[in-house]
Design a protein around this ligand. Structure first.
Ligand SMILES: Cc1cc2nc3c(=O)[nH]c(=O)nc-3n(C[C@H](O)[C@H](O)[C@H](O)COP(=O)(O)OP(=O)(O)OC[C@H]3O[C@@H](n4cnc5c(N)ncnc54)[C@H](O)[C@@H]3O)c2cc1C
Ligand code: FES
Length: 260
């Protein structure tokens, strides 16, 4: 168990916060796609930990998480003041693979999924493209930060308040049609229906991709089976359950089992 002192915990836009923990030990080995399981000290009567993607780590050992307040745990987290020390487990899970020099990384994110892929901007030797989908302009996260890191950003919103009006998968189709001279490699995180739609497209087009599934979790370390997802298998059913906290949260798209 590691300790993380809160350095800052601020509202960055309506409903979304950024918390920075001083967690040098975790930062030493953290990679894009890893997550931390945070014990929220002021949550007393419910499961005490919540999983969050590691958005960034600084050389001085500050680890940032971007989170949306959706329920009791995230609301309690948003009330914690700098100086509070939280227990952190991490880095947990299987991260994304290192982008290769001959590949063009295309990140496909929905909402706070943009946090999970952010550290890939440091590992991609030649930049890349980030496609970000959200309900509305006010739900778009990290656009400036991705641009400053050398990534082109294209956005879609359900209500048309920014970028393309429609689904982020529409942008995926556009990119596949447009970048025929590039060796595309997809990295994605976001709502499950979006990820499953992307997985289907990649399968149809025979393109490689890695998908981070933010499935509801409990123990975070492979002991409780609360987080299982279906992956392909060569048994009679054609699938088996995999624990997303252990074998994921990042899975190769070609390994995920899609319901018909
Ligand atoms: C590997 C991983 C990485 C994650 N990274 C981030 C992140 O970077 N930023 C962030 O804001 N959230 C992230 N999440 C989701 C985050 O863990 C949940 O939003 C949080 O646990 C909800 O806690 P709560 O007590 O506030 O809400 P609860 O009271 O437990 O639930 C409130 C609502 O949120 C939904 N919810 C709960 N857990 C999840 C989940 N895992 N995914 C989607 N919806 C959920 C519930 O179904 C319910 O509708 C991640 C989850 C996983 C598994
Ligand atoms: S959360 Fe317990 S096994 Fe994954």
């Amino acid at each position: 168990m590691k300790q993380g002192e809160i350095i800052r915990n601020t509202l960055i836009q309506a409903g979304y916060y950024r918390v920075d923990f001083h967690a040098p030990e975790i930062c030493q080995t953290a990679r894009p796609g890893h997550f931390v399981h945070v014990r929220i000290p002021n949550l007393t009567h419910r499961i005490l930990r919540r999983p969050f993607s590691i958005c960034n780590c600084t050389p001085s050992g500050n680890l940032s998480v971007l989170y949306k307040t959706v329920g009791e745990g995230t609301a309690a987290l948003s009330e914690l003041k700098p100086g509070t020390v939280c227990e952190l487990m991490g880095p947990l899970g299987n991260p994304f693979s290192f982008p290769k020099a001959d590949e063009y990384p295309v990140l496909v994110n929905g909402g706070y999924g943009a946090a999970a892929t952010f550290m890939l901007t440091r590992e991609a030797p030649n930049g890349g493209l980030m496609l970000l989908g959200a309900r509305s302009a006010t739900d778009l996260l990290l656009v400036k930060e991705y641009q400053e890191a050398g990534f082109e950003v294209r956005v879609s919103t359900d209500d048309g308040s920014a970028g393309h009006r429609g689904l982020v998968t529409d942008l995926v189709h556009q990119v596949i049609a447009e970048k025929t001279d590039r060796k595309l490699h997809f990295y994605a995180c976001g709502p499950e229906p979006m990820l499953m739609a992307l997985t289907r497209i990649l399968g149809e087009k025979n393109l490689p991709g890695e998908i981070s599934l933010d499935h509801v979790m409990c123990c975070g370390v492979g002991a409780c089976f609360a987080c299982v997802v279906k992956v392909k298998d060569d048994n009679a059913d054609g699938w088996r359950y995999a624990r997303s906290c252990k074998e994921g949260p990042v899975f190769k798209a070609e390994h995920l089992y899609l319901e018909q």
